[in-house]
Design a protein around this ligand. Structure first.
Ligand code: ZN
Length: 270
């Protein structure tokens, strides 16, 4: 912090320094702005929560905005396609995981963004602060809005599945993290197609190198091959395992994707 109390921003390092306003983020301030006022809490009806879910339909995924795509996909668009993709695990993988559980995980994994918004690596919100916002929001959903609905059981299940995705320890959560990346790569290629080779979204292609399961890797290889055919020799960005973004940029990106594995070529973890 500088002497006048504002957060210092010195080049890229500053991106990880929280602004005072960010630290003070509170889900109640967001709820207060909802048309019709804050939802009823401690209700035995799930309807207030159903209304809350509308925000996932109207909140955009932010990553594309930097590229001028302002009417892009919403958070629920992204989670809907992921949910369907989870059902297509090839037999060898399907035999080892609980697919309906993965489908549910895809449906809830970004739910907190209904109030928190989609915080991207360039927004400068530190990992801990992002987690705090999301976790507080999930507690608000599952306790204040759903705590008395069906004896609180569905809310508890939603929170537990969300936490499992965050912790990223089970095979199911690894699969859903991979599907999250597949969905991004699909959308990247689709936006490029709409823009007829005038928009290069290749900076997102590095996420393919972070896919863990070989079954999912096969899908990303296929999509990236389609992409090469689409660009037809015209110059475009693409990352491979051997050619990744710089360490600092990569570290920020990995935070965003909740990817806790080691960075390549060194011992740093994020
Ligand atoms: Zn996601």
């Amino acid at each position: 912090m500088s002497t006048n109390g504002t957060a210092e921003v010195n080049g890229k390092a500053g991106l990880l320094t929280p602004e005072p306003t960010q630290v003070l983020w509170n889900h109640e301030d967001v709820i207060a702005t909802m048309p019709g006022g804050p939802p009823t809490t401690d209700s035995t009806s799930p309807v207030p929560f159903f209304h809350m879910l509308e925000r996932l339909k109207t909140t955009k995924r932010e990553g594309w905005r930097r590229f001028g795509i302002t009417h892009g996909e919403s958070i629920s668009d992204h989670m809907y396609r992921m949910s369907l993709i989870t059902m297509f695990a090839p037999p060898a993988l399907a035999a080892r995981i609980n697919i309906p559980h993965c489908t549910k995980m895809a449906l809830v994994h970004d739910m907190a963004e209904a109030l928190v918004g989609d915080i991207t690596p360039v927004d400068g919100v530190p990992k801990d602060e992002k987690s705090r916002r999301e976790s507080t929001t999930m507690d608000y959903f599952t306790k204040s809005l759903l705590g008395r609905v069906n004896g609180g059981l569905t809310g508890k299940e939603i929170k537990a599945i969300w936490q499992e995705y965050e912790d990223s320890k089970t095979l199911e959560s690894h699969y859903v993290h991979d599907v999250d990346k597949i969905e991004l790569i699909l959308q990247m290629v689709e936006y490029e197609r709409v823009h007829n080779r005038k928009l290069d979204l290749g900076e997102f292609s590095w996420v393919a190198t972070r896919i863990v399961l070989p079954e999912v890797k096969e899908w990303s290889d296929e999509i990236l091959k389609e992409r090469e055919v689409f660009w037809d020799g015209q110059k475009h960005d693409s990352y491979s395992e051997a050619d990744l973004p710089g360490d600092e940029e990569l570290a920020q990106q990995l935070e965003y994707y909740r990817d806790d594995r080691k960075l390549p070529n060194n011992d740093k973890t994020v």
